[in-house]
Design a protein around this ligand. Sequence first.
Ligand SMILES: [Zn+2]
Length: 318
Amino acid sequence: MRAGPAVAILAALLGAPAASAQAPAAPAADAPAAVSALPMQEVAPGLFVYAAPYALAGRRNDGAIANVGFVIGRDAVAVIDTGGSLRAGQRLLAALRQRTALPVRYVVNTHVHPDHVLGNAAFAGEGTTFVGHHALPEALSARAADYLRANADLVGPDFAGTRIVPPTLLVSTSLDLDLGGRVLHLEAWPTAHTNSDLTVRDRETDTWFLGDLLFVGHVPALDGRLSGWIEVLRRLRAEPAARVVPGHGPASVPWPAAAGPIDRYLAVLETQVRAMVRDGVPIGEAGDAARTEAQHWSLFDDFNARNATTAYQELEWE
Ligand SMILES: [Zn+2]
């Protein structure tokens, strides 16, 4: 698809109200009036999360299928993930603008997946810095064309104007972002759920955005290394937090208790795929691994077979 004309139209829409109303001094992004704000939950003071439904990207949800949020400091706001389309990002921005006029200084992406990054363009403007794992730019550019094409089909007309906005501020190990008296601590992890997993801890409220390193209710989706994910979860569990925000699941959950189901799922997957490799079961039949987990998870049949195949390819080389 060609995004150019749609972007131009959108720019015109964005510009029109600013010209007629009393123009704000800050160049902060404004949401177009037509979009409906995402319903947010304030899970800690000044920290808001949209708990997305358990769904695949589609025409009824604008691709807004991943949890997204923002943290309001004294001087500025940081957004954590942006949803699966420009419109999903605009709906998040509309929700943000209902609560603060402060500039969006940072947009942080927790990993490469389209449901977390494709809303970035809603925030692209003067003064907003996009932040991600050091491996994120390369991962995004390798997949950009596929992500845009596939999600344009899934989301339909509401996908118009969506484009990739890669991070320019990269995290190799850890980084602190200051929102004015409020510091977010970012950590980049070794390959686990993906090769670009990043967590964000709001030090003020001890609230930890774990991205898709934590799935709750929605079956995990493995796109990195199974053994790496199990190990990173072990390290995360060792760190207390007042609450964590999963990439998919409720807006906030207790920690480390909320890790129980995903730990079990990944362990079952590892045990059963390892046995298949050992017994010479062909990879084409690996999708049956972890079947006993089906009753515990939403969207199990949409992801489990691919998880098993990914795990098989990793474990057969051990
Ligand atoms: Zn996700």
